[in-house]
Design a protein around this ligand. Structure first.
Ligand code: KIV
Length: 258
């Protein structure tokens, strides 16, 4: 097992795992100093491309953004989402995961689902491709985006799926929008770390979508704490630039080649 993956697993019950998404080099460079894991999430479909769902994201789009992100990372573990319809069976998953790994030089891939994909996870891990799981709200397949774990059958299924993913060899599991009490149980019952998004502080780590928490993406959901209002900062900059150009105070001599 890769040293970097071992380091992430060893953090369980010791220190919280810090994770964020990135879709480009400059952002990845900022995150790398502070994060343990940087995820090139297929959330880029909604955040950058305004797609109706992440289902529209292609493998090539993920690869191009990941190549950019790779250039910004020196130390963090880089994980790339496998997009919808790229892992419908073991053969397809292995071919596409190998392509992602070789073209982007990432450290691991992430797949959504439990029992349905456990054999696929096993195949990838056997072929030395580290896998991060993703349970709870599954944007690639869920019809309604409600938090999970309220109903008993849902709770049992998520717990069972988490154990299946662990047995299949996943090195960690994202828990998206899972009820606080269920996040606690899952985190306790498995030996690999859980990374929560909207799943309380009962998880071993946290992840947020970068554009959401810096206040660039106009999203208003309970689990996103806004750490900045970058939209305001950017709006001011653009407004000042427009004024300067119109008043002919930009560019000055010092910005020009004489
Ligand atoms: O696509 C993504 O950004 C994700 C995170 C929300 C975990 O899967």
């Amino acid at each position: 097992m890769q040293q970097k993956i071992k380091k992430i697993i060893n953090k369980k019950n010791k220190s919280k795992i810090v994770s964020l998404t990135a879709y480009s080099k400059n952002i990845a460079t900022i995150l790398d100093d502070f994060c343990d894991i940087i995820l090139v999430g297929d959330s880029l479909g909604s955040v950058l491309y305004n797609y109706k769902s992440t289902r529209e994201v292609s493998l090539d789009t993920m690869i191009e953004h990941s190549k950019s992100v790779r250039m910004g990372i020196k130390k963090s573990l880089m994980v790339v989402d496998m997009p919808h319809n790229t892992y419908r069976n073991s053969k397809e998953a292995l071919k596409n995961a190998k392509k992602i790994m070789s073209k982007t030089k990432c450290d691991a891939v992430k797949l959504e689902g439990g029992k349905k994909i456990s054999q696929i996870v096993r195949t990838l891990v056997k072929n030395n491709i580290p896998v991060m799981g993703h349970l709870g709200l599954l944007p690639q397949s869920d019809k309604n985006f409600k938090f999970k774990g309220k109903k008993i059958f849902e709770k049992n299924k998520i717990l069972k799926d988490a154990k299946l993913l662990e047995t299949a060899g996943a090195f960690s599991i994202v828990l998206e929008c899972v009820k606080t009490s269920l996040a606690k149980i899952v985190t306790k019952k498995i030996d690999i770390p859980t990374i929560g998004i909207g799943s309380s502080n009962n998880c071993d780590g946290q992840i947020l979508v970068f554009d959401d928490f810096i206040g660039l993406n106009p999203i208003d959901v309970r689990f996103v704490k806004k750490y900045s209002n970058i939209k305001k900062v950017m709006t001011n900059a653009v407004s000042n630039y427009a004024k300067d150009v119109r008043k002919k105070v930009f560019p000055l001599k010092k910005h020009s080649y004489n």
